[in-house]
Design a binder for this molecule. Sequence first.
Ligand code: GDP
Length: 726
Amino acid sequence: RRKKIVEQCERLMDNPEQIRNIAIAAHVDHGKTTLTDNLLAGAGMISEDTAGEQLAMDTEEDEQERGITIDAANVSMTHEYEGTDHLINLIDTPGHVDFGGDVTRAMRAVDGALVVVDAVEGAMPQTETVVRQALREGVKPTLFINKVDRLISELQEGPEEMQERLLSVIGDVNELIRGMTEEKDDIEDWTVSVEDGTVAFGSALYKWGVSMPSMQRTGMDFGDIIDLERSDKRQELHEKTPLADVVLDMVAEHFPNPVDAQPRRIPTVWRGDADSDIAESMRLVDEDGEVVLMVTDIGVDPHAGEIAAGRVFSGTLEKGQELYVSGTAGKNRVQSVGIYMGGEREEVDRVPAGNIAAVTGLKDAIAGSTVSSAEMTPFESIDHISEPVITKSIEAKNMDDLPKLIETLRQVSKEDPTITIEINEDTGEHLISGQGELHLEVQTQRIERNQGIPVSTGEPIVVYRETPTSDSQEVEGVSPNRHNKFYITIEQLGDEVLEQLRLGEVSMDMPEQERREVLQEAGMDKETSQDVENIIGRNIFIDDTKGIQHLNETMELVVDGLTDSLEDGPLAAEPVEGALIRLHDARLHEDAIHRGPAQVIPAVRDAVHRALIDAEIRLLEPIQDVRIDVPSEHMGAASGEIQGRRGRVDDMYQEGDLMVVEGIAPVDEMIGFSSDIRSATEGRASWNTENAGFRVMSDNLQRDIITEIRERKGMKTELPESIDHF
Ligand code: GDP
């Protein structure tokens, strides 16, 4: 039977008109998991008995019981609608909405979002956030109002009260949709209504659902439904009007297929050249074009290893293909391709454009990667890649869990590219770094819950930077044996050049000519751009010397010395950025023995640190853009929470029925924000932070923070006397 379903899917894969790629957007506990299982059971992918119980794909045990061994996040099913078979691919959106990036990525791979709202609770802030994210990406919504059984049986509502309540939920969702789509001219009216069939309601728990078409088909009205539900004839109700059919019919009828959706969506999700062949092939969903896969998530199969899941926008994925992975240099070889049948991966020969694929062999891919047969502009522009700004140590409470923890941490950093894992060489501790306090909290909770590894974490530590704020005099660095001397200056890198370094647009890996052009465009003078000897982190090293004997053989050590001194700045041993280091002159001992690492590295390090101090080095702190969505009565409290944290409110405006407060605040001050904002707004605020780079700390705070960092690192707390500029 299973084999038959797979064959049916393989046939459908070649007819993009019959495919729907969708996501479910819901506030936590509103019934996403229960509904998903209903759909799978209705489509014959899992047995009716298992659906509707505690189905959560929560624990590994659960997954095994249900025969789902891997990443149940993506599921595919078939559904017959009006005599035509459809292939419906459901992509999971992460439950947590505080990190826009994750949800956005998932939304980019789908064309329709089924919004699930609990009839009793109504639309919640998280519903609003996810719906907004969907609409921002051009994903079309429909609405399923869940837990209607509670209105009938618990709240004892009659037909009129019930109707009123449903209309109020629909009204809330529509206001949101209207607010977000009014200004988009490529979108017609996307508001939902019972009459149009874009709203369904019912009970995921008792597996029944109702929509206008289903009421017309069965001849049932509100009164009949209430009678059956009240008299506990839910099974009858389920048989008469099964939830899966009602919802899947709505999906097939109202969500666009890839052929209709891709021409409209490609310009929103991809910023490459619209006139290129690849753009054309993506718009046409051309299975004969270049292969383009957007990876939405990375899962692990105990047997097959890492699996990249994502949407094929163009071309046909096949085993053995050598594909580019965005952000990496080489190519990866596809070892197998598959689809998610029900939730289990099934290997197939090929996956053509318009489908969701599960691929093994893409070892360099991370969530968000663009994988393609020709070099191309990646989907998510690289400036979304934020660097970690906060670090915590993480340890397994039980030593036996250590190997599993290490493996899990590695996995986490692949699934979420904004997480990095390091080992503290002094203490052997594992350090997890990410975008903010809550980001790390969510990730560590995930490790505890999903992997069953109890962990303890240290206090959050903010990552600072050091930067020159003026240009230095020439400084002489002398080696311990006094036979080698280096003459250097430090200048500030221009903002634009620094930005290009941040974005990864300039590197030593790129052709020299191209590098010069980018640097010159960013404002570097021609001669300097031609003398770039190396790029060290976000600093540039210029060799201005001419014809110095032995310098060539010594250059590697000079770079080692620079790297060493720039990784640990002179203020607080935090990384230096934004420095242009010029080597003007050097004296080197004739004999290589006397200009080894022990001589050159300390000489360079000493010169760089003294020059940085002369260039008025200062501490930079990471800052975050903060966006709070909140009912207007809590707007004052919300903006107060930003201002009270050395922050600044930049904008306040209405979006739907909520107020949006936008501002900026230092990461350090944002520690504890999560619980403070909750109590300040009675839990009515939903919020988002995004890293906004670094800024120079005000001079009156510099010394305190520097002392704090030095204490934590076990350095002596007094600063060198030469530091007197703040
Ligand atoms: P998720 O967090 O959105 O995935 O929500 P779940 O599917 O896990 O459901 C959350 C809770 O609500 C569970 O206890 C479900 O049994 C319950 N639930 C889900 N759908 C319904 C429904 O239609 N009626 C009732 N009464 N409870 C439901």
